[in-house]
Design a protein. Structure first.
Length: 81
């Protein structure tokens, strides 16, 4: 299947509806552009940092980042002594 799209003045292109349906893309999905042999391939991506955000619960909530920073600095200092 070949589809033609036009790049607008903001260097954006609309993915044709037939391509979006073929890849099951919906608004907010991430896509990957792969360049191989002078051709660009578009595919959907299943995993991004944004999609993983919140998937792992922290051991404590909220995290005390100042305490964690002090502990890390102290640990590093002990290694140098």
């Amino acid at each position: 299947m070949k589809k033609i799209a036009t790049i607008n003045k903001h260097n954006q292109v609309t993915i044709p509806a037939t391509v979006r349906r073929a890849l099951a893309l919906k608004p907010g999905d991430k896509v990957v552009f792969t360049i191989e042999g002078g051709k660009v391939h578009l595919s959907r991506t299943a995993f991004t940092l944004e999609s993983a955000y919140g998937s792992v619960k922290p051991s404590r909530r909220p995290e005390d980042f100042e305490k964690l920073s002090r502990m890390a600095k102290s640990d590093k200092a002990r290694k140098w002594i």
